[in-house]
Design a protein around this ligand. Sequence first.
Ligand code: ADP
Ligand code: ZN
Ligand code: ZN
Length: 718
Amino acid sequence: MTHWLSVLIATPAHAALDSVLTYRSAQALPPGTLVRVPLGQRETLGVVWSPNAAESTGEFDPEKIRAVAGVLEGVAPLSAAWQQLLAFTAQYYQRSAGEVALAALPPQLRELSPLQMQRRLKPPKNGASGGEAAPPAQVDAPALTPEQSAVVAHIQSQGPEAHPGPYLLFGATGSGKTEVYLQCVQQALAADPQAQALVMVPEINLTPQLEARFKARFAPLYGGHAVVSLHSGMTNPQRLKAWLGAHSGVARIMLGTRMAVFASMPALRLIVVDEEHDPSYKSSEGARYSARDLAVYRGKLEGAKVLLGSATPSLESWHHSRPATEGGRYLRLHMPSRVGLEGALPDTAGALPLVRRVDMNHQPRKAVFSLPLLDAIRERVARGEQCMVFLNRRGYAPVLHCLDCGWKSECPHCSAFRVFHKIDRTLRCHHCGFTERVPRACPACGNPDIAPLGRGTEQLEELLADLLSDVKRAGSVSPECPAGEPLRIARIDADSTRLKGALEEQLAAVHAGDVDVLVGTQMIAKGHDFRKITLVAAVNPDGALFSSDFRAPERLFSLLMQAAGRSGRDAALGAQSEVWIQTFQPAHPLYAALKRHDYPAFAQQQLLERQQAGMPPFSAQALVRAEARTQEAAQAFLNLAREAAQHDESLIALYPAVPMSIQRVANIERAQLLVESPSRAALQQFLSAWHTVLHATRSQPQCKGLIRWAVDVDPLAI
Ligand code: ADP
Ligand code: ZN
Ligand code: ZN
């Protein structure tokens, strides 16, 4: 008997070809089956989707239907929940189901021949896989603190009164959130011999300790194959292996970055999203999905508990976890104290670093480092402690300019300045990568006097070396070495870590105490556990207070809180560590809240502002971005689609197209259009209907030169 199958294949975002094609098969194949199908001259991977859809519409010519070439033997069909997750993602983020589903599978599923696949599917030789092999060993788990116990009890509780989640674990850095994750995973796995857990982190490369902690805890219990990782730093064979492990159920725990939200886990019972506020959970290419939001959706779909954790939650999650009586859907669980310091002081903030604001209005004009900050750094390094200075701008200076004619180091291909990198004397565009040697003289007027304007991390490093040149490393002066050793100042940013392994190496040097002062961008403020650093300084953070991006204050607050939380985590040093903020706005409420380590106050004030302005989470947004050879074409496309839109103006606001803040990158003009609605459902409905209009608009004569366009639902940057 012949069966007609709808098969999902990968199609480019806006291809004319639909992503669901009909094929025939002699066998009935359930939805979710992975198959090879012919497409033109080649064969491609497909997923059997809803059955018989094409047959029932009767709109196909059986003569023209080609046969499925083969089934991926040994790989069980993807679950119905997985299919639903992918279908939802495609619909919500306005992409084709084929594109989203196939991109969510490991690339090698597509590339390997049937024979190669068979080899990959062979069970591991030493047989130590699965739960049955290793007898339950003893694991070293610390006794939970009272705060941790209370949180775990909430998450584990059953029965009609229990909150089903999602749970927002609002825990100070060092309050032991990771231990809570470990406990919850352990209990979920112990309750059911099949159960699986997914633990998501923003970036695995930054947190090798986390992976080590999970392996140490669970490998003795469930064997070495029980814990797998999934992230973009892995090779394709590694990714396939991890994916198959989870898909077959041998892997019980998956640790991964945002892509892991799509991992096939047939018995998923728990999803943890660590640092849930982190912007890297939002994809910036293809389907622009938020892995955090999808984790919440997936949890509901699969009946898995969802635990979001952060010391500075996203305002969205904070808002969702308001009291249920006010409409909150998440349960907020609070762990305010650092482990080991609970009850040490009546005021818990006392155990957290002291935040000091330096009023730069009272410092010498043009001072980069205020005198009190320099003194504090000297004092710390003299005691053998480490300091960290951060500035969110890499390179030596953001612009080079001519003192005579006013020439500036603009990028010829972008509407942005090229950054001066003194180390290799280049001007580099951070948007398109265009790089040139620094000219000897002004290219416009020949004046040899061209000078850097503003400063980046390279310059800070140089300046600090100069300002601290008289300081010796603590303990380095000895009879054999009467002059002592100079301080070691290191820099960590995207430039210093370009080579593979460079970041790990530099971090290791900091941890080993081989660095006295660390200079860097936000890269160093995020995710690292710098226990010996007792002073963190933000040199010039004010920009975010006045940014046109309404999320900038939220990001600054979380960055500074993270930086504060990272420092001095060795309990012996914790009480003395300090965070310095150099600012021209010392009275700003953001810094005042930071000084009190008072995220709730900051969040309340921000949410009030957003509510008054009708911003998310009090409204839903989407951006349509267009790229074209000319700005006119990009804007014409957006504005024509706007005019052709059919919508209820009380529900949907369509703003006129505007150039993006960096209007031109690599000679491509960019524009965007904002869609806003008080209702997420209304926005979704509008976008689905408007999609065909956008497609049709493309062929209008005014849009000649349009290169591509894409919808970004719930954009993070506007
Ligand atoms: P967070 O993830 O909230 O920043 P961690 O989970 O990394 O905090 O915990 C901070 C430190 O406290 C870690 O070194 C961890 O091993 C330790 N720790 C956590 N919970 C406990 C506990 N119950 N008893 C003893 N030490 C703990
Ligand atoms: Zn000039
Ligand atoms: Zn450029």
